[in-house]
Design a protein around this ligand. Sequence first.
Ligand code: SF4
Length: 374
Amino acid sequence: MTKINLTDLNFEQLEKEITFLNEPLYRAEQIFTSVHKKNVKSINEITAIPASLKEKLGRNYFILNLINAKITDSANSVTRKFLFETDSADSGQKNFIESVLISEKGRETVCISTQSGCNVGCEFCATGKMGFKKNLSVSEIISQIYEVKKLSGKNPSNIVYMGMGEPFLNYDNMLNSLKILTHPSGFGLSSKRITVSTVGFMGKIKKFADDLTSPENSSIKNVKLALSLHSTNNGFREKIIPTSAKNTLQEIYKEISYFYQKTKNKVTYEYIYFEDLNDTDNDVKRIARLLRMVPSNLNIIPFHKIDFELQKPLDAFNNKQDTKKLLSNKKLFDFIDKLKNEKVIVNLRSSSGSDINAACGQLSVDQQRIQNSL
Ligand code: SF4
């Protein structure tokens, strides 16, 4: 019989296992708290249960640990990047993922991955360029937070699903990870402090809204949604986000509207700034119209250089990109002013971490090179 990873189980699933083992139900809470609040590394470390139960569990269950491969610090000490090796027991093949800790404005935000690599292939994204390796298990998703907490000594205050991979293409594991992180006996984080980001897939945003508002999922009801928008023009968006050809803005907007009507959770739009490509007056008008649709805000993100060749129309940006220059770019601030004049709530995101390839769009691992260097 294949052993079950205890870290993969949400509370209800763990209760079923405990029932199956003919143990009293309160044992489920003791084990769940040990794994997700105390972050024990093995069944033997669960002090709340007797030795006989540890032995019983040890026969059919285990606790997965991510292997920390490398930590890199940004020069300004705001951002730390963590490289993890995922458990290779299932496939016999090593896979690597990255997570980022941003310590800023009194917050400890952990940006986590849901996949190793990604097959969406966004033109501006290093993860997309490395191709798809695997979907992360529930435990591989949440263990990033537990490991970052342990390695940094910082208590995560906010979680963003904006690392490697598209969360909505690993939907069930993403949803289960949210349930564990917000369970009062688990990690216990308020769902208001969690944001899940997607490029948008038809049916998935609607399903997410339904799942957040389902009565048995009350702990996750306030999870926020971020849409990687980057353009309000279907033609340009298709060039930089290939899957948007089948997931048009009109369809995505309908689902965003449904999401807000159902959850009443504000929506964030992420918008990488590409000078002269997505900053025209028509863009301003379309963005303003979109942001009037439901309560929302726009995060403008500087484009961060990646170590891959880019196709048109983004090819020029990788060569001339200089974050410091960009942040003093008059055109960018004119664009922001025009949006503000249209009453758009707009934030310019910092480029912290770009010096260690930890900023938005830069996460990527060369698996072969890492394996050779470890
Ligand atoms: S931006 Fe997100 S969806 Fe697009 S390639 Fe990168 S990780 Fe995948």
